[in-house]
Design a protein around this ligand. Structure first.
Ligand code: SAJ
Length: 445
């Protein structure tokens, strides 16, 4: 099918769509296209996840406004169903690829999921179809890996047998649907015509700007926007360390700095987790690994952010020591395990690293999280006999916990706030010794 015919079928929503990978990115986008009237096939390797989706059960918890209702709606309308069989792709005019693209311990991109997807879909790819990668890729990956692999597995030639582009996602757990509908997107096509056809497609579900570009630009924009955020967070974290040393309060400093025009200092914290921000800077750096390009700021920012969990553990140890307690005899409750407030997504959880450091120091550590299975329960009960409460995630419910009750249950009333989330006066009023990340001891209450 020529691109023009495909665009006509897209405009009339007759084009048959497939989404490969039904995770935080793929499932919402599949449901959204089904909601507006496309016939959507979801292809997911995890059979248990396929079953849960086909029985109207979201395969993840967390607060995702509207997603469950949407899934039920598109299932009952018959516009969306999931499968683990690639064979069903053979009639699809459009295939969106939403699989994970992690990095390994050496910060090298791991494209196993992408490679196996491209190898499996090639033989059944419908000639004339449009393939769009939504996963985040190291700049250059579309032309250096995706294109040749898809040509060899399908036996088709790019821009003749299939059309190829990349449209990086800008979703965020807790705002999956709203980000999808309301955030602009970069639409990178192997050719300008392909980019325009992709715009025609995404216009159906996105009411924000769709910026047509080439593939390398789209790959760069996605990895740069997250590397930029990581550097911003690292700056805030470094200022927090300085404030602690000189007796400042970073939360107050940040507020006043941001009154200066053109400043937008982000928040220091217990660490940078998730599937995007810790990884994408390395995908960006990887694009020039074999070239004489001095990439220094991006790795340095990663290092700053990666030391925050250890720093929080040190704050806990130091606050215990100041009360004459040895951390090796302490019982510590960490509040929050998900990487982000009001989400159940535990990927690259900074709390896990905090726990590891505390355990290495000999402490016994328990964790509470209202959304992550295995960590739910009564905070009051978990706090019994503890010597320190560590706020690692800004889950909304932690704003309303009864500090007086928790205080009465604890052996030593130390509260270490890793997110500037608990009101220091309120904590002190409940009898806590409040230690805040980024607040020098003379700044502590
Ligand atoms: N964090 C801080 N300080 C901050 C902001 C975040 O320590 O000021 C920490 C968070 O606690 C978390 C990690 O960084 O552990 C990542 O937080 P995030 O707000 O960057 O959330 P992500 O990783 O879901 O980021 C996504 C990104 N969006 C996409 O990749 C599509 C990011 O570019 C967006 O800016 C962010 O969502 C958003 O705010 O929407």
């Amino acid at each position: 099918m020529a691109l023009g015919d495909l665009r006509t079928r897209i405009e009339s929503k007759q084009a048959l769509l497939a989404v490969i990978g039904l995770g935080y990115v793929g499932l919402p986008v599949a449901c959204e296209f089904a909601r507006v009237g496309f016939d959507v096939l979801g292809v997911e390797q995890n059979a248990e996840r396929v079953t849960r989706i086909n029985t109207g059960d979201l395969p993840f918890n967390g607060v995702e406004p509207g997603l469950l209702e949407l899934l039920l709606q598109v299932r009952s309308s018959g516009k969306f169903h999931a499968t683990s069989s690639y064979a069903e792709l053979n009639d699809r005019d459009i295939v969106l690829i939403c699989v994970e693209t992690p990095i390994d311990s050496e910060k090298i991109p791991q494209y196993h999921a992408l490679r196996s997807t491209l190898s499996a879909m090639g033989p059944v790819l419908k000639p004339g179809s449009l393939v769009v990668v939504e996963s985040t890729l190291s700049p250059g990956t579309i032309t250096e890996l995706v294109l040749p692999l898809l040509e060899s597995s399908s036996g088709l030639k790019a821009n003749l047998g299939f059309f190829l582009g990349i449209c990086p996602e800008r979703v965020m757990p807790g705002r999956l649907l709203s980000n999808l509908r309301n955030l602009s997107r970069v639409v990178g096509g192997l050719t300008p015509d392909t980019a325009e056809t992709m715009r025609t497609l995404y216009r159906h579900i996105t009411n924000a700007q769709l910026d047509a570009t080439d593939c390398i630009t789209a790959e760069l924009v996605k990895t740069v926007e997250n590397a930029y955020r990581d550097v911003q967070i690292a700056f805030a974290n470094e200022v927090a360390w300085i404030c602690e040393a000189v007796g400042g309060n970073v939360w107050q400093v940040r507020e006043l700095v941001n009154k200066s025009p053109g400043r937008q200092m982000l928040y220091p914290g217990a660490g940078v987790g998730g599937h995007c921000t810790p990884k994408d800077p390395w995908l960006l750096a990887h694009s020039v690994k074999d070239r004489d390009v001095p990439v220094r700021l991006i790795p340095a920012a990663r290092k700053v952010n990666d030391t925050m969990p250890a720093h929080l553990a040190w704050l806990v140890e130091d606050s215990l020591r100041r009360q004459g307690l040895d951390i090796s005899e302490a019982r510590i409750l960490i509040l929050g395990y998900a990487y982000l407030e009001d989400s159940d997504d535990p990927r690259n959880s900074p709390s896990e690293t905090v726990r590891e450091h505390l355990v290495m120091k000999g402490a016994s550590v328990i964790i509470h999280d209202p959304y992550v299975p295995g960590y739910q329960g009564s905070i009051e009960e978990l706090a019994s006999g503890c010597d320190a409460l560590v706020v690692a995630v800004k889950h909304s419910i932690y704003q309303t916990i009864d500090l007086a009750v928790i205080h009465s249950r604890m052996r030593t009333p130390i509260l270490v706030d890793g997110r500037g989330f608990i009101d220091a006066e309120r904590a002190a009023g409940a009898g806590f010794i409040y230690i805040g990340l980024g607040r020098g001891f003379s700044g502590s209450v």
